[in-house]
Design a protein around this ligand. Structure first.
Ligand code: HEM
Length: 315
């Protein structure tokens, strides 16, 4: 008897792409009636990326599309992924994580800003008249992978197999295996106040040395609050690709936080620790110098799922 052909594994979108020097984050809302144009764009997204990126193989141009929970029901005629819901706003005693609108996320990355710009322009040429732009941020890699607070950001990101396990949906939701949940938040920094703090105090807040990046074991630090474990002691990780952004002219300086995970639960627990505190720690002191102005949760389905959207009956 012939052996049955193995079931093809879903191909993820390039959520595991390496950290790059440049990025563009587009958060869009879909106009009523704009659904067919959005579905067609999502189905063509990989082709657009290929067209623009093919001539620059070293530039690692990639794009990931995420769909928000309310938009899912308008765009897709299949049930929502098991854990897709609107971003959960958090109100702590001192700090607030708002939930803000967003039907679509486009996360563009490359080693060169011009390629993100070029792909972003083609995407928007296709979507103009069908969507509104809720937020647009061009992020850049700063010095030796530092955020604008001056600390190296991204060190503890999982890599290889560990990254795939942390980020990609598996058997817990077989219909969406290979997808990933993604949380974005735009933070604005009060850099004048931050830079008035002695470096030793900044280091206690982050939980790492500023110059050498070596880890400190300071209770209540950002690093400690975001190190979370299962009851059996296994660390629960997310994959971050935070990007600095800013404008010296207008004095706006920020960090665009983006975290991918196989379940939004992990990122949500980190956010609860930061905004509502954990044990004796009332909140993450990074927030005394950083204000969250947006917050949205998306699901980035597998690549072939996006391609099939073009064949879906019009809603
Ligand atoms: C103002 C925004 C933020 C800034 C400037 C920032 C900066 C940093 C820096 C400098 C580190 C240490 C180096 C590293 O391992 O990457 C770090 C670690 C980390 N951050 Fe953030 N972060 C921000 C927001 C967030 C948010 C919103 C989350 C989660 C929801 C988060 C989760 C983490 C995690 C999981 C680690 C690694 C902890 C470990 O295992 O050592 N961060 N962050």
């Amino acid at each position: 008897m012939p052996t049955p052909a193995p079931t093809p594994q879903p191909v993820p979108q390039p959520v595991l792409s390496p950290l790059t020097r440049a990025s563009l984050f587009l958060v869009l809302t879909v106009d009523p009636g704009g659904e067919p144009a959005v579905r067609e764009l999502l189905a063509d997204l990989a082709g657009l990326r290929r067209a623009i990126g093919f001539g620059y193989p070293d530039a690692q141009l990639s794009v990931v599309a995420g769909i928000g929970s309310e938009a899912w029901d308008r765009l897709v005629d299949r049930p929502r992924p098991a854990e897709l819901h609107p971003f959960r706003e958090l109100r702590g005693a001192r700090h607030h994580a708002p939930a803000t609108p967003g039907d679509l996320l486009l996360h563009l990355r490359a080693t060169r800003q011009d390629l993100c710009f070029s792909l972003g322009t083609e995407i928007m040429n296709r979507l103009r008249g069908h969507v509104a732009v809720a937020d647009e941020v061009a992020g850049f890699s700063y010095l030796d992978q530092r955020d604008l607070l001056g600390f190296v950001d991204g060190t503890e990101n999982p890599v290889g197999r560990e990254a795939a396990d942390a980020v990609l949906v598996g058997e817990q939701d077989p219909a969406y295996a290979g997808g990933s949940y993604v949380v974005v938040q735009k933070y604005l920094h009060d850099l004048d106040a931050w830079n008035r703090l002695p470096v030793e105090q900044q280091e206690q807040i982050i939980g790492r040395r500023k110059l050498t990046n070596l880890e400190l074991d300071t209770p209540g630090s950002h690093v400690v609050l975001n190190t979370i474990t299962d009851p059996d002691g296994t660390e629960r990780k997310i994959l971050r690709d935070n990007m600095p952004f800013g404008s010296p002219g207008s004095g706006e300086f920020g960090t665009y936080f983006i975290g991918y995970a196989r379940t939004p639960e992990v990122t949500e627990e980190m956010l609860r620790h930061m905004f509502l505190g954990d044990g004796p720690t009332s909140h993450d002191r990074i927030l005394d110098f950083s204000t969250a102005v947006t917050g949205t949760l998306f699901f980035a389905p597998p690549a072939d799922f996006l391609e099939d959207l073009a064949d879906q009956p019009a809603s």
